[in-house]
Design a protein around this ligand. Sequence first.
Ligand code: EPS
Length: 401
Amino acid sequence: MDRIHFHTAGESHGRALTAILEGIPAGLSLEMARDVDPELARRQGGYGRGRRMLIETDRADLLNGVRLGETLGSPISMVVWNRDWENWTVAMSHAAPPPDVNPKALKPHYLPRPGHADLVGVLKYDRRDVRDILERASARETTMRVACGAIAKRFLAEFGVRVGSHILSIGAAEAEIRELPEDLNAAADKSPVRCLDEGAAARMMAEIDAAKERGDTLGGVFEVVATGLPVGLGSHVSWDRKLDGRLARAVMSIHAVKGVEIGIGFEGARRPGSQVHDPIVRAEEKPRTGGIGRASNRAGGLEGGVTTGEPLAVRGAMKPISTLRKPLASVDLRDGSPGDAAVERSDVCAVPAAGVVGEAMVALVLADAFLEKFGGDSVGEVRRNFEAYLAYLNERGFRER
Ligand code: EPS
């Protein structure tokens, strides 16, 4: 991302998670309690989450970049304090352990979990204790992505762009969705699995209960939808400027995501072209597309790596969480003997939360693309550029040049 940069730091059971977000223009009204904390709470929810979420009430402590309720255009830094830290002060101490420490108090792990970063991490970083890897590999890191994404959403909302998500499947339970409601998150957040199809939601919860009973875990598919986008974000001219590629990278980088689709995605590969591409029609009521619309939106709002102005739809397929209460086979890194993979406290299913993280990542990419097109140092400057572009779209009409 060229215009928006963000960095996160923090271990799952360390003292705190932190982030620095740079590139948000000056003059954006921003309040943590109004704009960021509700998003952090949404990420903590979802049927199938484990006990850690009962310990934490994530809130973002704002350190820099905002004065008198408005952004300054300078880097914004935030902290989320881990409540669980008080139980980990010995195991996660920054200082070298005292010579007489009870090794168990350091909560080490030596049997890497298949599917987690445990094994590749210890080999690559030359660590003995798997905890040195799992603390950073944990999806708790996504807290700060959601904090940064919430600010990107606040920025996009200034221009009428809304980003929401919902769950399409968990395990074998699949939702049947014909039409999305106007306020996607208001509807999805009412469901414990963030699914709009009530019957499917009940089946998803039953699947999660059964998986829990078996000591197993479940994955699923979430869909992020952004509305209100103008035609023309991204570019067809070079591979790294194509917005579909930028979105895919951002969504694929979310923990446990193994597949990304745009619009109908893989389904499009099974259909003939006549049943994939969206016919072009006049649409006077759509000022953000220059009065030209689509009869359908199987492209998911992107053509040639550029937004079409139709709703943008990106799906992420999340594999099941790799900590199994009934563990798979592993190898003890101390002596090479076979054994069961380590069991850490974990979730049975975190797909509803992954949808919220997906929103954050999509919002950050869209804010970046928005600033690339309408760049400016202040919200006012971006607005002038945006409005001039909308005026151009509506004035260009159908005359020949
Ligand atoms: C998470 C916090 C973690 C896990 C989960 C995500 O808390 P703890 O490990 O203390 O229970 O619930 O992380 C994993 C599933 C993982 O494999 O690391 C969170 O805040 O989202």
